[in-house]
Design a protein around this ligand. Structure first.
Ligand code: SF4
Ligand code: SF4
Ligand SMILES: [Zn+2]
Length: 182
């Protein structure tokens, strides 16, 4: 249910908006699934099939986000996202936003932007934000340079390399963005 009382199919609406406010369109697993390159991502006993993800509200969600408490909480209430929750932003969501890992930072702000300006508008802005300035390819938040044309990514340059500790409190929900960084 949206804030204006209309009913929305939470599984199909805004496919790249995760319930928690993450942009799945910039997730390395989402992009690798689309590109058919998941085998290269498989490691540490986690198979490519377990990593396969078509987005938070799809039928195929990666092992990292499948049991996310925020996803379960919001979808269980029939909400489009946490933005439509009476308790927004709850303690769990705020802890996720503040856990110190850059891709998580700003989810509360993103959900507020979705509520204020509409989800589709926010999705367009995110698509532009993560598009390569050289060739237009969709980049992940971990791409420091475009895999196609090599142009440096303005969005990702300041973010930590994979394996760097991020610090901060551990959120109740795991996300691929964090787990893949370790
Ligand atoms: S792994 Fe998580 S963040 Fe990545 S696309 Fe799937 S649901 Fe979204
Ligand atoms: S209680 Fe928190 S996690 Fe659950 S829907 Fe509301 S904001 Fe999201
Ligand atoms: Zn490019």
């Amino acid at each position: 249910m949206t804030t204006d009382g209309t009913t929305v199919d939470t599984r199909t609406a805004s496919t790249k908006l995760a319930f928690c406010g993450l942009y799945c369109g910039a997730c390395p697993l989402f992009l690798a699934t689309e590109a058919g390159t998941l085998e290269a991502e498989a490691s540490r006993g986690i198979s490519a099939e377990q990593l396969r993800c078509l987005g938070c509200r799809s039928d195929e969600v990666s092992v990292y986000c499948l049991n996310c408490s925020m996803k379960k909480c919001a979808s269980g209430q029939g909400l489009v996202s946490c933005a439509d929750c009476a308790d927004f932003p709850c303690r769990v969501l705020k802890a996720f936003d503040a856990d110190g890992y850059p891709p998580h930072r700003g989810v509360v702000r993103s959900l507020r932007a979705c509520a204020a300006g509409g989800i589709e508008s926010w999705l367009r802005a995110q698509a532009g934000r993560f598009a390569c300035r050289g060739c237009g390819r969709a980049l992940s938040h971990q791409d420091r340079a475009c895999p196609t044309c090599g142009r440096a990514s303005a969005e990702c340059g300041a973010w930590p390399e994979r394996g760097e500790a991020s610090g901060g409190a551990e959120p109740q929900a795991a996300s691929a963005t964090r787990s893949r960084s370790r």
